[in-house]
Design a protein around this ligand. Structure first.
Ligand code: AMP
Ligand code: GLY
Length: 437
């Protein structure tokens, strides 16, 4: 069998995990990551065991926003499949460019990626297709936005339309805060051009969960649920981050809930997108609030979660290359996908100060102690090589993921890994695996 070449686009922990998972496919002979990080290069290890990678991986110095450069790379290396990690290149039309060049690619087209890229589009789409979500209105006029605030009874959340790197969301307790939030978005332009129009949503209450699914344009097959920890500090204190850790199984998300979300949300998205001529292929990430009226959509993302991916893919038993191919070919079925029993925990180590300003270039030690283990693995995020060493280069620096028969065992192994790794001021949460609501 010819060994396939795959390309992963991106440079974070999610992309390291995707590259690692693809390297474990018996069909894959070489992984490329563009641009990758200090962790996304390793030699082939064809007798790998446990969580070790198998096929080799190498970085290519092409940025994830350089669509023409990525098309050129995929052509030159005769890449059999490209998998896109982050949302920005999807929203910018990477998949459309690859399709036009007849290069196989996993991810939604630009039109389909609007489910994440434009909150206004997503809200209109949900309304049209009876997908449960909170009340909302969109304004590009400041006075009209303020007038609306006076007219509604419920508490609101004010959001910048467009991509604002997860930051354009202001949760308001009362009308004064809501007015100030509209000011922040539309007048101060705190989120830049994303604040040209503003989305004012009903504030939903309830536990928050995420359900992700593989999608082939017609069907959505849910991925095992993982729980993310968004706040920076223990006990769910401090500012929101991209995610400080994750674990699976999520005790508060059972099969019945996933089935309900599949029926009321995921499948209607598949049907609605296909009906409007923009079938959705890729990962659909539904951020949900479990309200008194059932699962209700907060937002969609058009990509894998980070760090949920690091907590989920170590338990994937099936060949991920085969699953991606099935999605791209429109022949995904539940039988394509099997998971190992057990648990997986992921602990993120972040730079001092993250999610605000943080230093870069801090030397990381202890990585070798966790490398090539059977039941734990380091997924790099904001790291680069510097001389012989590896230094920090981002807010979330790396994560240790570990598997176990039960969550407690997985957590114990992941924390044991984290404790072997050091850099100045390294910050991680001590309470991953506990849930606060
Ligand atoms: P988003 O960037 O849209 O995912 O929002 C970030 C976070 O803000 C979510 O994870 C929720 O915790 C919160 N949030 C967003 N929209 C709402 C809403 N309509 N009601 C309550 N909380 C919300
Ligand atoms: N961990 C949250 C996200 O990937 O959006």
């Amino acid at each position: 069998m010819t060994q396939k070449k795959v390309l992963v686009v991106g440079s974070g922990g999610r992309e390291h995990t995707l590259a690692w998972a693809l390297s474990r496919s018996p069909q894959v002979g070489q992984v490329y990551v563009a641009p990758g990080n200090a962790g996304t290069e390793w030699p082939a290890n064809l007798n790998s065991t446990g969580l070790q990678p198998r096929a080799s991986s190498q970085n290519v110095a092409v940025g994830s926003d350089d669509i023409a450069g990525l098309v050129e790379l995929a052509r030159r290396e005769a890449i059999d499949l490209t998998v896109v990690g982050p949302e920005a290149p999807l929203a910018a039309g990477l998949v459309d460019a690859f399709q036009a060049a007849r290069l196989p690619v996993f991810g939604p087209t630009q039109q389909a990626a609007r489910l994440e890229a434009s909150k206004a589009f997503a809200k209109d789409f949900m309304k049209q297709h009876n997908i449960p979500t909170g009340a909302y209105a969109v304004f590009d006029d400041y006075e009209a936005a303020l007038g609306y605030l006076d007219s509604v009874e419920h508490q609101v959340v004010v959001k910048a339309d467009g991509l604002a790197a997860g930051k354009g969301v202001l949760i308001c307790d009362d009308i004064e805060q809501a007015r100030a939030a509209v000011d922040t978005v539309m007048v101060e332009r705190a989120f830049g051009a994303a604040g040209q129009s503003v989305v004012i949503e009903e504030r939903l209450v309830g536990p928050e969960i995420s359900i992700l699914a593989w999608c082939d344009g017609r069907q959505a097959v849910p991925i095992i649920p993982a729980r993310d920890h968004k706040r920076a500090y223990d006990n769910d204190q401090g500012p929101n981050t991209g995610g400080m850790g994750a674990f699976t199984p999520a005790p508060d998300v059972d099969g019945a809930l996933v089935a309900e979300a599949h029926q009321t949300i995921l499948q209607p998205v598949m049907d609605g997108m296909a009906a409007q001529g923009t079938p959705y292929v890729g990962i659909l990430y539904a951020g949900l609030m479990l309200t008194a009226n059932g699962p209700t959509v907060l937002e969609f993302n058009c990509r894998f979660g980070d760090p949920e991916t690091q907590a989920v893919l170590p338990l994937l038993e099936s060949d991920i290359y085969e699953i991606f191919q099935a999605c791209v070919a429109g022949r995904l079925t539940e039988s394509n996908i099997a998971w190992q029993p057990g648990a997986c925990a992921t602990i993120v180590m972040a730079s001092p100060g993250y999610p605000d300003n943080y230093p870069k270039g801090l030397l990381i030690s202890g990585l070798e102690a966790v490398a090539w283990q059977e039941d734990a693995i380091v997924f790099h995020a904001g790291t680069v090589r510097s001389g012989e060493g590896v230094v920090t280069a981002g807010g979330r620096v790396l994560a240790v993921s570990a598997v176990g028969d039960e969550l407690a065992q997985a957590l114990g192994r992941a924390y044991a890994g984290v404790e072997q790794i050091q850099f100045e001021g390294a910050h991680y949460r001590q309470d991953i695996g506990r849930i606060y609501q």
